[in-house]
Write a protein that binds this ligand. Structure first.
Ligand code: PMP
Length: 332
């Protein structure tokens, strides 16, 4: 039987679970750590799932039609996933990004035929950025109301408010974990950016077994900007969801889904990622390192002896070669 795919859409999801057997031994862990390797997606991150789901959902609802431009406001993994899916489906793609975004991100978006635009180069937005001292959330609000609302033939994806984001994790990521473990999973560990991953996956797993514990990762206090430390090294794509104003928490984050929050500092995430590259041969990004660090802390607890912990690893370490992630001299 031939086994040929005809669109990258068919290559999204169905990512493998890997037990970190060497790492477990090195740490003398009495619980299993299984990692879900989202870098197996066609554009190397978990965001390929939502890129495809949000585009196909919009097509079904008639919000996205041939000739339209797909618009989003992140050049992170979601921007890259959308650029690729839009290309494969024949849509134009435009992304608004912050000025400090790396050159690589620009290049990748352009390679897919997408158009990256710096927010500060849009006059109305430049004003808002100046008035609010560079507040990204305010800038995006203004972009939506003052720029995008006036345009026709565009579809504004908005991953932070799009129900297809948690929806696809409930429909695919959760069932994959359940099936691949034969339902033998005790704890789920996931990062929170938009919250889509933890909300959808957690909801599905709890619907199968309400005793499954869902653990959400929040950046530690030294890894979030503060007055004393305005530009700390941050965990890419991961944001605080507790202790921040409600309007700063995306509607895609279900604050009722998690049982526990674990705080991880960026340097701890770096160290975990550096370690598993050497012990088990996987090259993963910063938030993946954070997930492994949190999973390790959970595995060390006496009450978790014999349990199975599944940690979702969002992306590949190849996307971070220009950062300090694999620079061993950098120790925080
Ligand atoms: N890690 C990385 C690298 C990401 O880009 C994101 C998304 N911003 C996350 C983790 C968090 O995923 P989610 O948006 O589903 O909460």
């Amino acid at each position: 039987m031939a086994n040929i795919n005809t669109s990258i859409a068919e290559l999204v999801g169905k990512t493998p679970l890997l037990e970190l057997t060497n790492y477990e031994k090195n740490h003398n862990l009495k619980a299993k750590i299984l990692v879900k390797l989202e870098y197996f997606n066609p554009n190397q991150s978990v965001k390929d799932r939502i890129a495809l789901a949000m585009i196909e959902d919009a097509e079904k609802k008639g919000l996205l039609k041939p000739g339209y431009t797909v618009v989003e406001t992140t050049s992170g993994n979601t921007g890259i996933g959308l650029a690729a899916i839009a290309a494969a489906k024949g849509y134009k793609f435009r992304v608004y990004i912050q000025d400090n975004v790396s050159q690589e991100r620009f290049q990748v978006i352009r390679a897919f035929g997408g158009e990256p635009i710096k927010l500060s180069t849009v006059p109305v937005i430049a004003e808002v950025l100046e008035e609010t001292n560079g507040d990204f959330v305010a800038a995006i609000g203004a972009l939506r109301e003052k720029v995008l609302a006036k345009e026709e033939n565009i579809f504004f994806v908005d991953q932070t408010a799009n129900p297809a984001n948690p929806g696809v994790h409930e429909a695919t990521t959760g069932p994959e974990i359940w099936n691949d473990t034969d339902g033998n999973v005790d704890i789920l560990v996931a990062n929170v950016g938009t919250g889509g991953t933890v909300s959808g996956t957690g909801k599905f797993l709890k619907s199968k077994n309400p005793d499954i514990k869902v653990v959400a990762i929040q950046p530690g206090p030294n890894s979030i900007p503060s007055e004393a430390n305005p530009e700390p090294e941050e965990i890419t794509g991961v944001h605080p969801f507790e202790g921040v104003p409600a309007e700063r928490v995306p509607s895609t984050m279900d604050l009722n889904v998690y049982d526990e929050k674990v705080e991880v500092e960026t340097i701890e995430a770096f160290r975990a990622a550096r370690e598993v590259a050497k012990s088990d041969g996987i090259l993963i990004g910063t938030s993946s390192g954070a997930a492994i660090h949190a999973a390790t802390r959970l595995a060390e607890r006496p009450e978790n002896e014999g349990k199975t912990i599944v940690a979702i690893l969002p992306d590949t370490g190849l996307r971070y070669l220009s950062t300090n992630l694999f620079n061993e001299e950098y120790q925080g």
